[in-house]
Design a protein around this ligand. Sequence first.
Ligand SMILES: Nc1ncnc2c1ncn2[C@@H]1O[C@H](COP(=O)(O)OP(=O)(O)OP(=O)(O)O)[C@@H](O)[C@H]1O
Length: 347
Amino acid sequence: MEIASLPISASQRAKLISAGYNSISSLSSVIPAQLARDLGVSENEAIAILKVASQRGGVERPHESHLAIVNGAQSAWDMLHEEEACKRITTSCSDLDDILGGGISCKEVTEIGGVPGIGKTQIGIQLAINVQIPVGYGGVEGKAVYIDTEGSFMVERASQIAEACIKDMQEYDHFLRKDLPGCQAKLTSNDFLANINYFRICSYTEQIAVINYLDKFISEHPDVKVVIVDSITFHFRQDFEDMALRTRLLGGMALKLMKLAKKFSLAVILLNQVTTKYSGGSFHLTLALGDSWSHACTNRIILYWNGNERCAHLDKSPSLRSASAPYSVTGEGIRNSASSCKRARIT
Ligand SMILES: Nc1ncnc2c1ncn2[C@@H]1O[C@H](COP(=O)(O)OP(=O)(O)OP(=O)(O)O)[C@@H](O)[C@H]1O
């Protein structure tokens, strides 16, 4: 049950959400002194909030959780069918799609991390375009939500990538000598841009607010099939001193995004930066936010340089083996790397 439904003041509600208490159940194990510290309120006020929460939660929670379990019960057979029916969004790089089992999985949270300039935003923009590829061309025919925390989304670049996508569809038609109804003839790059819902985020509180709002937004826009957060870490790395609060906020956000992915069968893409970590006597590159964040996504892809070539490594997946694939960033967007194209021509 949401904090929004608690009969408390608006400022208390805002303080709870900013401190990472996104649901009534998140208050179930907290003691008044801790809550008072987290919210910056008196202990008496914290006790009053907990009392309201326990009244609400105490009456309705057991019933709701019982219902959730019953509704959620599913056989493994059903799950297998669901997994087979799960759609995937192409990355426009077939080598990368291959190691991902056909593309980015809808229904799951995928984290993509790498050093600056490796192409994280390019992949984000490519997915915001590719999610719109019509079903007739093997696409998902959905819309995108792009949450930009860094200001790196470039609309001209999205337009270029959309033009290239339309060109690919025309070539596909030409190759098959057929005209698929409702497809390329009518689609323009402006249509692609119109289907990207863009949110510019300037602080971590805004980021939490937007992620909390997504459930309502997507309920009203059920065509959304990908949510891209570029990047998830930016506002959490700047001037953030209270690490316990940061961990709690990020944990709450990750849980919300996982629920969204499942509830609306959509792909959540979290772009992340890398940082250095000292272990075993040397420094290693690791994704930002540390070990406490590592459980927050279902799949993790690490982008890295191999000499002059960009590569993607599938580092975590519940069903696919770890593997790497080269890719390139071209004027047309993400594509196979030049070296793998050369290999394909030789064989
Ligand atoms: N039109 C283009 N044609 C070819 N390559 C391009 C084009 N636009 C961008 N790139 C490549 O993409 C790189 C930038 O990628 P991107 O902005 O996605 O990096 P990033 O990983 O998101 O970096 P950061 O962490 O700094 O945001 C550029 O350095 C360039 O190599």
